[in-house]
Write a protein that binds this ligand. Sequence first.
Ligand SMILES: [Zn+2]
Ligand SMILES: [Zn+2]
Length: 193
Amino acid sequence: MGFGADQLEALAECVDLINTGRITSASPSGSAERLATLDDVVAFGRRHRVENLSAARASDVLRLRELRGRIDSVAVACLAGDGATAIRLLNALLAETGAVPQIVAHDGRGPHVHVSRAGAPLADRIAAHSAMGLAELIVAGASGRVRSCASPTCDAVFVDLSRNQSRRYCDSRTCGNRIHVAAYRSRRSAAAT
Ligand SMILES: [Zn+2]
Ligand SMILES: [Zn+2]
């Protein structure tokens, strides 16, 4: 697959965004929510080098969680092989977040494309950029690369960029660790008997 660096970044942001609301090996016990506070949203933005983070507002927390839910639905449609639904949801998201292509250079980075204006709400900028990652994947005919983790204790999604599309776990060091998975299975079967 010939994905460019910008698209890989958008996909990484998208997967991270979705997984902040899912139970994964990185979830604190008892809660799936990892965008609980404005600090969480800003830290997320910092992780993905989002521009103009000082514009973050308290309202961005709930807004981003709402938009995240809809991006999660796009991933679920991809997992189900339902491309028509994925496209319909993405187009609605892109329109609603006011996506408009802009060529920018900031923070020492060369010219690249943003899909929102710097003045748009932070939640909308993050969601629009994440949505574009999935949009380009679908346009490339690669929506089948959206996967969910094979670990029985993890609900994370990931994009399988491996050549032979054989990746099964979101993270080979945690979920893909055989000892970890085997220990879980034996605990579960012990509990069932
Ligand atoms: Zn940028
Ligand atoms: Zn996992």
